[in-house]
Design a protein around this ligand. Sequence first.
Ligand SMILES: Cc1cc2nc3c(=O)[nH]c(=O)nc-3n(C[C@H](O)[C@H](O)[C@H](O)COP(=O)(O)O)c2cc1C
Length: 160
Amino acid sequence: MPTVLIVYHSKSRNTEEMAKAVEEGVKSEGLKTIRKMVNRATLKDLLEADGIILGSPTYYGNMAAEMKAFLDKSCQVHGKLEGKVGAAFSSCGGLGGGVETTVLAMVKALLIHGVIVQGDPWGSHYGAVSVGKPNASARKECKKLGEKVARLIKRLERVS
Ligand SMILES: Cc1cc2nc3c(=O)[nH]c(=O)nc-3n(C[C@H](O)[C@H](O)[C@H](O)COP(=O)(O)O)c2cc1C
């Protein structure tokens, strides 16, 4: 069964709540998940996953240093993640606080790895976002993000 790795940083649990909703979405599509704080995630986790979803709080309009350090370390597996499916999500302190630039920073890293990232024409275009603790609407977007990643993995499996 395909596996989706959800790797995130979170200090006050807002991003963690988002990660749980993302996981719910992946599972609802029948795929296996591994949800890990970034300090516990390994390069082997990246290599073994069919999908990679990254989550970070917005820190100064960017991802947390812990996530950036993990991505810098992922240089050791550069070229080996190509063709996997990915996505990103972020929690911020306030509207206009740089949450989209944070999501895009993680999406950029995924793209550099050759990971396939699907946009969303209707909801959060770049990835799921939340101001503080995710409310019902943000949770729904997170769940949808997980579902979309899982569905794309299944679609790619069917054609390969
Ligand atoms: C070091 C630091 C920098 C932050 N920078 C921003 C920022 O640039 N914009 C913003 O909207 N919120 C900022 N915040 C607020 C966090 O993004 C927000 O509280 C988030 O929900 C925390 O996620 P967590 O509960 O998963 O740790 C910052 C918080 C910290 C601790």
